[in-house]
Ligand binder design. Structure first.
Ligand SMILES: [Fe+2]
Length: 250
């Protein structure tokens, strides 16, 4: 399954299996023991407090100032061992439709660069900072005595299951490239982000239905939640797993 997901990236199951209908306990079962605990799982910033730290719940509605994930990103790339895969289901769909989730393929993003750009990127590392995404982005503060994580990851990594190289920076979490001056880093990151954004050929959009279940590989994709249903409500739950090691240099 790991290899299939690493090649296919987002997988969506239109008719959710029976054991996923019963609730969060069985929803979490396939991922034991490396379930991720999101630092915002109990934070009102996401508007839907989860009773279980291994389930990240969110809700977007009339009073929301933003929706979770409304920019291209890899989830929680600030972790030392960023999450690899997630199951995601909707608990509420907007009455007028919409609320798709868009995905983009980071294997293709890397492969489509010219050779000189590939040579420039290979060997670079970047800092991914939770404060940039959650404090600057959402206004969320860590719990007392805690700090949001920041980690250094390769700009180009090799996927452990597919063996392919993928680009691993995103505008939500990546603050700077370590080996460059700040001006060089800002300019290069903008080039990389525009490259990911503008190539529709790398992207797909998934439409939700009540029984849809997503599974996707976070390392080789970015995703974005499309907020086109205001003022209606959209909500869901996610369970994520990490691998016990980080993305490694290609
Ligand atoms: Fe996300």
């Amino acid at each position: 399954m790991n290899t299939a997901v690493a090649k296919l990236l987002p997988i969506f199951i239109r008719r959710r299996p029976e054991n996923f209908r019963r609730g969060p306990q069985t929803f979490r079962a396939p991922f034991r023991p490396l379930l991720h605990r999101h630092l915002l799982a109990g934070n009102s910033t996401l508007s839907a407090r989860s009773q279980n730290p291994e389930i990240l719940a969110w809700k977007t509605g009339r009073s929301s100032r933003y929706t979770a994930g409304d920019a291209w990103h890899n989830d929680v790339s600030c972790d030392p061992e960023p999450i690899w895969g997630s199951f995601l289901r909707a608990t509420r769909l907007p009455e007028i439709g919409g609320g798709d989730t868009a995905f983009t393929n980071l294997y293709l993003a890397y492969e489509s660069f010219s050779d000189p750009i590939k040579r420039l990127l290979d060997g670079l590392t970047a800092i991914h900072d939770g404060r940039q995404a959650w404090t600057a982005g959402y206004g969320a503060e860590p719990d007392p005595g805690q700090t949001f994580p920041a980690s250094e990851h390769p700009v180009v990594a090799r996927h452990p299951f597919s063996g392919c190289r993928f680009l691993f920076v995103n505008p939500a979490f990546t603050s700077h490239i370590v080996q460059l001056t700040r001006a060089e880093s800002d300019a290069l990151l903008q080039l990389l982000y525009r490259h990911v954004e503008k190539h529709l050929a790398f992207q797909t959009r998934v439409h939700w239905t009540p029984d849809t279940l997503f599974f996707w590989d976070h390392w080789a994709t970015q995703h974005q939640a499309v907020w086109d249903y205001y003022p209606f409500e959209h909500g869901g739950e996610r369970v994520s797993a990490f691998l016990g090691f980080p993305p490694r240099q290609a």
